[in-house]
Ligand binder design. Sequence first.
Ligand code: SF4
Length: 319
Amino acid sequence: MQKVEQILTQGRYYKQKFGTKVYKIPISVYGFTCPNIDGTVAKGGCSFCENESFSPNLQDKSKLKLNSNSKTNPYLSRQIKELEEQFLKQKNILSKKFAAKKFIVYFQSFSNTYAPFETLKTLYEKALSFDDVLGLSIGTRTDCINDEILDYLAKLAKTKEISLEYGIQSFYDETLSAINRGHNSANMLKWIKKTKEKNINICLHLIFGLPNETQEMMLKTCKISYDLGIQSVKFHPLYVVKHTLLTNEYKKGKFTPISEEQYIDTLVKALKMMPKNIIVQRISAGIDSTNLLAPMWCKNKHRQMKTLRLALLKEGLNY
Ligand code: SF4
């Protein structure tokens, strides 16, 4: 009989560490953006990102966007209020549905270190002050981090579960350029290493099926990530969503999405070569959006996850 290996999922890790199930509560902070949307490093955002810089219809011109150099933040009280509202609303739902008791606040939308330092401090500390919160996960880019933020987070990490989630996607500069990422692998490597030196947990987001990438390239990106000593990883296939730069490429026949078979094969290989102490937070994002154009095998999140889990099990991997 085939031996089945348990993948260290986020749920299993939390259970081992805290003795209970821990739930991540995603937060979107009003006024936050990223340097690839506001035009600081590129124009239009990443080619797959559905954002207002690409869709003028989505633009709220009255809304000032913060960045790290903003001298003032007129939204701070609103941001604090909404942070609390979003957290309590989701905590309430999770508590009723799953009897959830412990939580991580996940600053998810845009780049959550791309604002004045005092704003970040205030929001992170507010989130940590909520009852039953064990720590923070902070989604960002490596070109939106600096020593001041890292030193501060390193202090928090001594008593709280703190993780920086870096959107990497690929370590190939030609790919980063093709997806209009606005920064390069040297920047990523530099800041991942610095984060690691500060003993802050690192989660990398990787995408399979990026333009012109072979399976060998995708697996090389995984290998580089693992060798950096990261704590966890998130995988998902590249989606073509309406109102993005990638839609144009796709419609012109210049981009072919990854097939389900290719994705599964790459995922299995990526998981088999992964050190067993790395946490796999996600094997696909799943997308139920009506805006999804391709690949259509991702359309139904529930079916997609079922198929992936079964395929992994056949390979002796229990996710
Ligand atoms: S970094 Fe994130 S938020 Fe910014 S354009 Fe890329 S995908 Fe969108």
